[in-house]
Design a protein around this ligand. Structure first.
Ligand code: ZN
Ligand code: ZN
Length: 74
C-alpha cells in the first residue's frame, strides 16, 4: 500500500510527498474524498501532475485511484 499525502494548502492528493508544498499524510480516501480541496489556489509544484478530479466531491488528484469517481482533466 502506498502512502497518501494531501496538500494542506491546496488539497491535491498524491502518493508523491515531494510533489506537494505542504504535505500531510492521510490514511484513507475516506479522509478527504467528500470534502473539496481549495484547488483555486493549487500550488505550482503540483499543477502539472494533478490530472484527475473527482466528479463527486471535486477533489483533485495526481492518480485516478486516489479519488472515488474521476474524470481526466487533460
Ligand atoms: Zn499544494
Ligand atoms: Zn471524491
Amino acid at each position: 500500500m502506498n502512502k497518501i499525502y494531501e496538500c494542506e494548502k491546496c488539497g491535491v492528493v498524491t502518493h508523491e510527498r515531494d510533489h506537494l508544498c505542504v504535505p500531510k499524510s492521510v490514511d484513507t480516501m475516506d479522509t478527504y474524498c467528500g470534502s473539496t480541496g481549495n484547488v483555486s489556489n493549487m500550488c505550482d509544484s503540483i499543477r502539472e501532475n494533478a490530472k484527475f478530479t473527482c466528479v463527486t466531491c471535486g477533489r483533485t488528484a495526481e492518480k485516478a485511484d486516489l479519488v472515488c469517481d474521476t474524470i481526466k482533466l487533460h
